[in-house]
Design a protein around this ligand. Structure first.
Ligand code: GTP
Length: 601
């Protein structure tokens, strides 16, 4: 397809604003999928995605669309819809898929208005010079307020509120006008057809049958199925087994040229060898300059994962190896804990990433796991000038510390104006610094703060939601690090430090943290046959204590002899309850206790 007939675009939307539904409707309207084959959220392939209704991996689909308006009515164009992930953990992936497009549909729920994450992605699109087409969705809803939100969008983007398109992805109303607008407004791709090939990898997916499927956008030249290709960040050369386009199932093509979006199947076995953001070229007469913007994914949060049953350790190791085949951002190394035994310290992009990995390990590999409270990464500079990177609080150095550095983020909150006070109070209590505030409309504001990552990543969003009756939305991005006065708080059970409970907190809140955590643990750890003292300490100084009184726990006593099946039931019930317990010394500790640190803030 000549570039003049190509249009590459993506849809930027907040979760639940209807991106998948609109994509489905476009597939249907262009006849790519007939109504019978249509299943909801066609583009979301992974089961977990479908169940959670979120899009993690971007996908691309080719839509042949015949213009129905204007001078070029009757001309058939090829629209490539590139699906972008919507969650803050995957910002880098979003930026790469935007880079593969010339245009973006900004899709906003006409009953909700724009949300902070959408705004953040919109700014990424504007930075990438994409042409933005603003669209209000769900105009069929009785609660829709298209006038109000069109004015808000016009305020952000400039332009006339009347130019904001209105659609219903559910009924299909307005979808054809939108497709016409995409052809009219989104620029055709430009590139040098005679130059050595350069293609941007915007996604890379592991497929059990075919190995790694790499999604690319060709910028210059062409990739043909006879090429041997080279990954420019590593110089690794791979056999090309297949080139094709997605429509919406993979269709082989001899080659893909300037501006085209397609997939490559190569000899690559792990997605790590085919990284999002990397540039593909051919091995002979290849390009010398890669496309800009490649970045190695750096984990933002770390957590320990331990099998409840120590015998499962090899299974966990194999499972992680398998997961890494299709998750380039997952990193792990073995660690051992005095309390939990052998396990792994795992690096994640964010909490959602953590939850997904954990869920997949448990579901797909049938593992019962204990995860420790997640933490961010600290850089500790010692007085002798040496440096320690702390990914596990229990490994916080004990020697003479000169300075401690923590990661910081730039956070944006969008909210109805009536909650400004509550939001500022929350941000202040998390050591935030106000950067600025703008009214998007009479009653909605955008508030910007810098906040330590350790303060925002874990329970901040819940706290924000509860203080704003669910109306505020949040986005944040890492911006660097700052020096901070941090200390390690330890928890002792029966006088022994339990390494898995250690946390790094700001000195000013260490006391409150210790008291709250000791209190939570007292509630969460069941009574045992003996007394269990709980202490919180900074170094040798105890800052809080609680006591779990002893209990003679004899559930069978209730059965008054007799009924054997009833007895068995009770025993089984008790076993169920124990499934998530871990013996720490002589004390049985439930899973929730290990992440209790998260909910004491
Ligand atoms: P993620 O995949 O989680 O990012 O969500 P999404 O933005 O793709 O939203 P999705 O398409 O799953 O739609 C969210 C909900 O809104 C679903 O229940 C849809 O049926 C509904 N929905 C989408 N478009 C419309 C619309 O035009 N009108 C109405 N009434 N409901 C819609």
């Amino acid at each position: 397809t000549p570039p003049s007939l190509l249009r590459n675009f993506c849809i930027i939307a907040h979760i639940d604003h209807g991106k998948s539904t609109l994509a489905d409707r476009m597939l249907q309207h262009t006849g790519v999928v007939d109504a019978r084959a249509m299943r909801a959220q066609y583009l979301d392939r992974m089961d977990i995605e479908r169940e959670r209704g979120i899009t993690i991996k971007s996908q691309a689909v080719r839509l042949p669309f015949t213009k129905s308006t204007g001078d070029d009515a009757g001309t058939t164009y090829v629209l490539n819809l590139i699906d972008t992930p919507g969650h803050v953990d995957f910002t880098y992936e979003v930026s790469r898929s935007l880079e593969a497009c010339e245009g973006a549909v900004l899709l906003v729920d006409a009953a909700q208005g724009i949300e902070a994450q959408t705004l953040a992605n919109l700014y990424l699109a504007i930075d990438a010079d994409l042409h933005v087409i603003p669209v209000l969705n769900k105009i069929d809803l009785p609660g829709a307020q298209p006038e109000k939100y069109a004015a808000e969008i016009a305020h952000i983007l400039g332009g006339d509120p009347d130019d904001v398109l209105r659609v219903s992805a559910k009924t299909g109303e307005g979808v054809e006008s939108l497709l016409n607008a995409i052809v009219d407004e989104v620029p055709a791709p430009v590139g040098d057809a005679d130059a050595p090939p350069r293609a941007l990898i915007f996604d890379s997916v592991y497929d059990t049958y075919r190995g790694v499927v790499t999604y690319v956008r060709v910028v210059d030249g062409k990739l043909t199925h006879r090429d041997r290709i080279k990954m420019m960040s590593t110089g690794a050369v791979h056999e090309m087994l297949e080139v094709g386009v997605i429509s919406p199932e993979p269709v082989k093509a001899g080659e893909i040229g300037v501006g085209e979006v397609g997939y490559l199947i190569t000899g690559v076995k792990e997605v790590r060898q085919s990284r999002v953001g990397d540039t593909v070229t051919s091995n002979v007469h290849g390009a010398t300059e890669p496309l800009g913007g490649y970045r190695h994914p750096n984990p933002m949060v770390y957590s320990g994962l331990y099998p409840i049953d120590g015998d499962d350790y090899p299974t966990l190791r194999d499972a992680l190896e398998k997961l890494q085949l299709n998750d380039a951002a997952l990193s792990y190394e073995p660690e051992s804990s005095g309390a939990l035994g052998f396990g792994f310290r795992i690096g994640f992009l964010g909490l959602l990433h953590l939850e997904i990995v954990r869920e997949r390990l448990e579901r797909e590999f049938n593992l019962d796991l204990i995860s420790t409270a997640p933490n961010v990464v600290y850089r500790v500079v010692m007085e002798d000038g040496s440096e320690v990177t702390v990914t596990n609080p229990s490994e916080y150095p004990t020697g003479k510390i000169a300075t401690v550095h923590e990661p910081v983020t730039k956070a944006t909150v969008l909210s109805p104006a009536e909650y400004i006070g509550a939001i500022m109070e929350l941000c202040q209590s998390r050591r935030g610094q106000l950067q600025g505030m703008d009214y998007l409309s009479e009653d909605r504001v955008e508030i910007r703060y810098t906040l330590p990552m350790g303060e925002i990543m874990f329970d901040f969003f819940d706290a924000l939601k509860s203080r704003t009756k669910g109306y505020a939305s949040l986005d944040y991005e890492p911006t660097g690090e700052q020096e901070a006065d941090l200390v390690k708080v330890d928890i002792l059970l029966q006088g022994e430090v339990v390494d898995a409970f250690s946390a790094i907190v700001h000195r000013d809140s260490a006391y409150a943290y210790g008291v709250a955590l000791a209190g939570r643990l007292k509630e969460l750890i069941p009574r045992q046959q003996f007394e269990v003292p709980i202490q919180a300490a900074i170094g040798a100084r105890v800052i809080a204590r609680e006591n779990i009184r002893a209990l003679r726990k004899d559930v069978l006593a209730k059965c008054y002899g007799g009924d054997i099946s009833r007895k068995r039931k009770l025993l089984e019930k008790q076993k169920e309850g124990k499934k998530r317990m871990k013996m720490v010394g002589r004390v049985e500790v439930p899973q929730e206790a290990f992440i209790a640190a998260l909910s004491t803030g």
